[in-house]
Ligand binder design. Structure first.
Ligand SMILES: [Zn+2]
Length: 395
């Protein structure tokens, strides 16, 4: 079931490409190539954690049900309806605390730090975000919910989240009253004074209306976060607030004060240390050859990633892992190049990565001759291409 949802990724990529094309046609600056590829790289990294965290989430709920179950629910459609309402209610509070507790914000800020708002934002989620969800979800089995019903409800309703990240759909009339729409979710991503900490709902916006956090879209939205931050690498996007917190905690005296830093609201007390951290570390002007190489990595990475989604059940586990790391590495390196976040050592690391995958693949793919031939052929093309552009962007 959950694998079927993963198969929707090509559809989401297709819709993002369509929206991008529409934006280019209108020349309205709703998309930027470096930002979009960075969002895709963050999403690809997130897939590492996604399966592990879903398993942890499920096991935590099974544990909770086995030891703390208090009520019993009917095992029919009524449980599904109740599960939808409960999952959405818990999601509201989980999301609200993700904005109001520093440590949780460190996992969620990745989704908010983009200065652009479009469908590719749906991919931009940190692997740490899911971990903080676990304690919230453990409450539900206490009331008798089957953990499997909860996980399926959560994954299916989660699809709604992708479609609300669009700048193009206007207000939807009466729907604005009770569901999360693109308009009221744009407000959630705004850093305008009136939009901060508003509209936390996942599917139903009713919770925001009930608990006083609803805000209608009344002025053009300025996207991003108020902290000083620049996109330059997917790893930085995922870790930057953790680094800020770590430095702040190290600097703070007393255990109680250190905990206070982690649990207080991000808006209060945390000084953004090391302003330089928010700047691009390396700014090299890339020649066209390097940019074309970045597009080659992106195309092979995305095609490889989709290929794994469709073939992972028939390929040996090690081969799936190998291809997955290779594809994600391609997308991440492409994002680094397009965001001009490369240092002079990039050449060394990229050579090492290609040589490592080539050598490892030579032995690993021995039993799959045609498949191995294609993969090793692609690595060889990348290596030759990279060597030919390397001198130019280093110089
Ligand atoms: Zn949020």
């Amino acid at each position: 079931m959950l694998n079927y949802i993963a198969l929707l990724i090509p559809l989401f990529l297709g819709l993002t490409a369509l929206e991008w094309w529409y934006s280019r046609k209108r020349n309205d600056n709703k998309y930027s190539m470096p930002n979009t590829v960075l969002n895709m790289a963050v999403g690809a990294i997130d897939q590492f954690g996604a399966l592990l965290y879903l398993l942890l989430l499920y096991l935590a709920m099974v544990f909770s049900k086995a030891h703390f179950q208090w009520l019993t629910l009917p095992n029919d459609w009524r449980q599904w309806i109740l599960a939808f309402l409960t999952v959405d209610f818990v999601s509201y509070w989980y999301h609200r605390y993700s904005h109001q507790i520093n440590l949780m914000w460190a996992g969620h800020v990745t989704h908010h730090s983009s200065n652009y708002f479009n469908l590719s934002n749906g991919f931009r989620t940190s692997p740490f975000q899911g971990l903080f969800r676990i304690p919230f979800w453990m409450i539900m089995p206490v009331f008798g919910f089957d953990p499997l019903v909860l996980v399926i409800t959560f994954k299916v309703t989660g699809l709604h989240d992708f479609f609300v990240h669009t700048p193009y759909i206007p207000k939807l009339g009466w729907l604005e009253w009770f569901i999360v729409t693109p308009s009221n979710h744009r407000v959630h991503h705004g850093k305008n004074e009136i939009y901060i900490d508003k509209n936390y709902g996942s599917v139903l916006i009713l919770w925001d209306r009930m608990f006083g956090t609803y805000q209608e879209e009344t002025e053009p939205v300025e996207y991003g976060i108020t902290a000083k931050y620049d996109d330059h690498s997917p790893i930085h996007a995922i870790t930057f607030h953790f680094k800020v917190l770590f430095m702040q905690v190290c600097k703070t005296q007393g255990m109680l004060n250190k905990w206070r830093i982690l649990l207080m609201s991000p808006g209060r007390g945390v000084v953004y240390l090391g302003e330089g951290m928010a700047e691009k570390k390396h700014k090299l002007v890339l020649v066209n050859g390097a940019i074309r190489y970045a597009f080659w990595l992106l195309a092979t990475g995305v095609i490889g990633f989709i290929g794994i989604l469709f073939t992972h059940t028939i390929l040996p586990t090690f081969t799936v892992g190998y291809c997955f790391f290779l594809a994600v590495g391609n997308i991440v390196q492409s994002a680094l190049l397009l965001n001009q976040s490369v240092s002079k050592e990039f050449g060394f690391w990229e050579s090492l990565r290609l040589a490592g995958f080539g050598l490892f693949g030579y032995f690993l793919l021995d039993s799959l001759p045609i498949f191995g031939f294609i993969i090793l052929g692609l690595i060889l093309v990348s290596s030759i291409w990279f060597v030919s552009v390397r001198v130019r962007f280093l110089g």
